[in-house]
Ligand binder design. Sequence first.
Ligand code: SF4
Length: 150
Amino acid sequence: MILVSACLLGQRVRYDGRHSYSEVALGLAGGEPVLALCPEVLGGLGVPRPPARFVGARFGREGQDLLDGRARLLDGQGRDLSPAFVAGARAVLALAQEQGVRLALLKDRSPSCAWDPQGLNPDGGPGLGVLAALLQAAGIELREVRAAAR
Ligand code: SF4
């Protein structure tokens, strides 16, 4: 079973109500059964929702810093959305473990899903999203998929 960021499979769950459909993600899944989930929706943040940015986090450890209480995710008005991000990521991890997920294909530049620990993405973004941090700690293999909004 492969976990895939739901927006990569065409679900309109992004903060701006769009999706990030990716043929690359489908190709990487290779016909294996997929579990398509959005941690931010599962955390109750809704669609659309305000974009959020990390505050107080170190690059490449953003999601882990948040889980450790060293950083927060704030929207543009300074509201702390961290609890919802953490709840959604934990819900996805629980479902992934229940379903025996071995690999996660994660959308880039997302505070939840990003996994770019060496900062190689020319478009920037976090190095480690909240969900990516939990999945990594659980021993699930991660791949980042670069995809634009549609
Ligand atoms: S990148 Fe992750 S959190 Fe953002 S819309 Fe896609 S699945 Fe949801």
